[in-house]
Write a protein that binds this ligand. Structure first.
Ligand code: PMV
Length: 316
């Protein structure tokens, strides 16, 4: 018997950075994300008849770092214990997007594992859980994964995420791939270290204010106002990194050159994509479907960089 499910990655426009409870990945502030339907992880769980332990499929196993694999099996063990599942499984996990882009995507992989586990639970024990419960349980493995259960918009306050009805449901995602090497400071370490920044003291206030204003700007379909709020928000998070002790950062000279092109574009055109960055050097852009000409322009303007347009590589 086997079970298979996939989940999308998501990009936060209001960021989750800092934890009020590190053991259960409770966030210091609310966050808002857009799901990235073309950046997905597919997980397959195969029931093992002669094993007392969960294992990795040997073919996919080679491509995944040891620490990542251990964390994944730990999450599976936690779910099994909670729901008293005694069966053991072989785990396979594969991303739909190229490995060369440096998107580790713990969000899509933990959401997909959690979803697949609950398919198995349904068929092994005829037990159901709600999407909200799934999201809250996925959070225990990877915080940001709890938002990957709701498309396209998800808001996460504390336990698990929930769906939120907002305009701009069909945005086009472009990633400017700056660097694909593993980062020196993991996001787990970043969450820990930002607590040493004096800026973190009022971070909750700033994030909540921005969330409120972004939702209202979106409802008014004020695209430019949204861009400004989203721009301020990722710089706020990167300022937390630089003002932590010890200080750290993810932006490279190439990240800064690409940001300069994007900022000058907005100044020249009075229009442009939404721009954000996670805890890494890559840049995420979101275009409206009616901006397809502008998107073509940006493929030229950013021609020196590798681009991932809706999950497919360009400019390589
Ligand atoms: O889920 P984690 O622990 O990998 O944290 C991710 C945090 C950011 O990606 C930097 C921001 C976010 O809200 O997704």
């Amino acid at each position: 018997m086997s079970w298979e499910a996939s989940a999308p990655s998501n990009i936060a426009l209001i960021k989750y950075m800092g934890k009020s409870d590190p053991n259960s990945n409770r966030p210091s502030n609310a966050s808002l994300s857009y799901s990235l339907e073309n950046l997905r992880t597919n997980v397959l769980l195969k029931k093992l008849s002669n094993s007392q332990v969960d294992t990795w499929n040997s073919v996919v196993s080679e491509k995944i770092p040891e620490a990542g694999k251990t964390k994944f099996l730990k999450h599976l063990a936690m779910l099994k214990e909670r729901f008293d599942v005694r069966e053991c499984f072989e785990v396979s996990s594969e991303n739909s997007f190229p490995h060369s882009c440096g998107f580790a995507s713990s969000a899509s992989s933990f959401a997909a594992l959690t979803k697949t586990f609950f398919l198995a639970l349904k068929s092994l024990k005829n037990q159901d859980v709600t999407l909200q419960q799934m999201s809250a349980l996925s959070r225990l493995g990877s915080g940001s994964s709890c938002r990957s259960f709701f498309s396209p918009w998800a808001v996460w306050q504390s336990e698990g995420a929930e769906s939120v009805d907002l305009p701009y449901k069909n945005l086009i995602h472009v990633a400017v791939v700056i660097e694909s090497v593993p980062k020196e400071v993991s996001s787990t370490e970043a969450h820990r270290r930002v607590d040493t920044s004096l800026l973190q003291k009022d971070r909750g206030f700033r994030a909540e204010r921005r969330l409120e204003s972004l939702v209202s700007l979106m409802k008014d379909e004020n695209w430019k106002g949204c861009f400004e709020t989203i721009w301020q928000e990722f710089w706020d998070m990167h300022a937390l990194f630089e003002t932590s002790f010890p200080s750290f950062g993810y932006m490279t000279p190439d990240s800064l050159s690409a940001l300069k092109i994007l900022k000058e574009g907005w100044q020249k055109d009075g229009d442009g994509p939404w721009v954000t960055m996670d805890a890494g050097p890559n840049i995420h852009l979101l275009f409206r479907p009616d901006q397809s000409m502008l998107l073509q322009d940006y493929q030229h303007r950013l021609g020196q960089f590798k681009l991932l347009v809706e999950g497919s590589l360009r400019n390589v």
